[in-house]
Design a protein around this ligand. Structure first.
Ligand SMILES: Nc1ncnc2c1ncn2[C@@H]1O[C@H](COP(=O)(O)OP(=O)(O)OP(=O)(O)O)[C@@H](O)[C@H]1O
Ligand SMILES: [Mg+2]
Length: 233
């Protein structure tokens, strides 16, 4: 279980997160919603200890281990996977090379074979380079890469951004499969309906604060919150 408690973060002098607390359990998909610029990516980056924004107070605890003072590679080794916004890949590396560079022999780590079994499409494209993949294939590769370290929790920053409906459904079904294997997923989404299709619980961020948390059904029935924080009529 990931427990983020009272995180405050800043870009230089500019405060971006104000005492944010969230929890993600095993086998749970938790959606993080909020309009552009509200702090979703900043929260995910803060949990990963990427350095920018800098975390000024609060704690990040995974299964009782305090990750707050760790560097990002240590956070990853403790069991947090990360799929960055924008599907960053190496243009000149093939699918296979992208995965092989992360292969480890540590317990719980995924092999390239296991990733290909989970994403047959990636195996078909294994000799294609990063710049020769479709948006949906890039997203599968980014998710596959995040699994290589054998995470307990994965932070996914807008995995369906820019994808066609059929590719969105594919990502949704991948998330369902990972949940079934006991992974916890923090899912940053702009697409409310996609998030509601898979989420077990929801948080909404507004200018760096959690302003709403609850069940998807409760959110969908709450016209006022949908309108006020997500701009939906
Ligand atoms: N590197 C940075 N330096 C300074 N300010 C930043 C930096 N990155 C983001 N910000 C600011 O921090 C705030 C939160 O940005 P963040 O990227 O976390 O938003 P977001 O909720 O992920 O938005 P989106 O949905 O557009 O991805 C915004 O006001 C943004 O302009
Ligand atoms: Mg973002």
């Amino acid at each position: 279980m990931l427990e983020v408690t009272d995180i405050c973060s800043s870009y230089g002098e500019a405060k971006v997160l104000d005492r944010v607390s969230i929890r993600v359990g095993q086998g749970e998909i938790v959606a993080l919603l909020g309009r552009n610029g509200m702090g979703k990516t900043s929260l995910v980056r803060s949990i990963m200890s990427l350095g920018s924004p800098s975390v000024t107070s609060g704690s990040v605890i995974l299964d009782g281990v305090n990750l707050s003072a760790m560097r990002s590679h240590q956070v990853a080794n403790q069991g947090i996977g990360y799929v960055p916004q924008g599907r960053r890949l190496f243009q000149s590396l093939t699918v296979l090379e992208h995965l092989q560079m992360l292969e480890r022999k540590t317990p719980g780590a995924w092999s390239v074979r296991r990733v290909f079994d989970a994403f047959p499409r990636l195996e078909e494209r294994k000799h294609h380079r990063g710049n020769q993949l479709s948006g949906g294939e890039r997203q599968m590769l980014a998710i596959g890469r995040s699994l290589m370290t054998g995470p307990k929790i994965i932070l996914m920053d807008e995995p369906t951004e820019g994808l066609a409906p059929v590719a969105v459904e594919n990502v949704e079904s991948i998330l369902g499969t990972l949940r079934g294997e006991g992974l916890g997923i923090l899912l940053v989404e702009q697409n409310l309906y996609s998030a509601m299709a898979v989420a077990d619980r929801v948080y909404i961020l507004e200018t760096g604060r959690v302003v709403w948390e609850g069940l998807p059904e409760a959110l969908m029935a709450d016209q006022n919150t949908l309108h006020r924080y997500l701009g939906i009529h």
